[in-house]
Write a protein that binds this ligand. Structure first.
Ligand SMILES: [Zn+2]
Length: 174
């Protein structure tokens, strides 16, 4: 990366989020070893009993929404597939972590900023999403093949920023 990215600061209870995401992955794909990369987020949603619908939002800054009563995640049709996947993973984070949250709107502005959210639940949902789309064991395996952020981002179909934060959190990148 050309610029020095900001220091990452995962939540103190990142292990709990990781465990929660691992449970969901294992439940969907049989075991952590069987999780396909890139992680098929649509299958996870389906296994979770959550519908995913793509549409257009009136507000241009909105990239996703989750309505618990409808068990439905809405994603922006115009977003790139990778961003849609992160949005779905984020909303699944709320589904699993925040039972008190009945309606949630996810703003595009936050999606890349795993670190800068002041809202605790948003931060938790983002890190849950990171753990879901970049599973620990799969990251360790991929890291042994390549140390290239760009290549890893391609493999996991996430942004390079997301890869960087996850690597740092796993103690793989300085
Ligand atoms: Zn959210």
């Amino acid at each position: 990366m050309e610029q020095t990215p900001p220091t990452k600061t995962p939540p103190a209870d990142i292990d709990r989020l990781e465990q929660s995401a691992s449970n969901v992955l294992a439940a969907t794909f049989g075991s952590l070893e069987e999780v396909p990369v890139p992680v098929r987020i649509g299958e996870i949603a389906k296994e979770s009993g959550v519908q995913v619908k793509a549409g257009e939002f009136e507000h241009p800054d909105v990239s996703g929404m989750y309505l618990r009563d409808e068990r439905t995640i809405y994603v922006d049709l115009d977003d790139e597939v990778n961003r849609q996947a992160f949005t779905i993973a984020h909303e699944l984070g709320h589904h699993y972590l925040h039972a008190d949250k009945h309606k949630e709107v996810y703003f595009r502005h936050f999606s890349e900023q795993l670190n800068f959210e002041d809202k605790q639940q948003e931060r938790e949902a983002n890190w849950f999403a990171a753990c879901l789309l970049m599973p620990r064991h799969a990251m360790l395996r991929a890291w042994s093949d390549t140390k290239e952020t760009r290549e890893l981002a391609h493999t996991f179909e996430v942004s390079q920023t997301a890869i960087y934060y996850r690597l740092t959190e796993l103690g793989l990148a300085a």
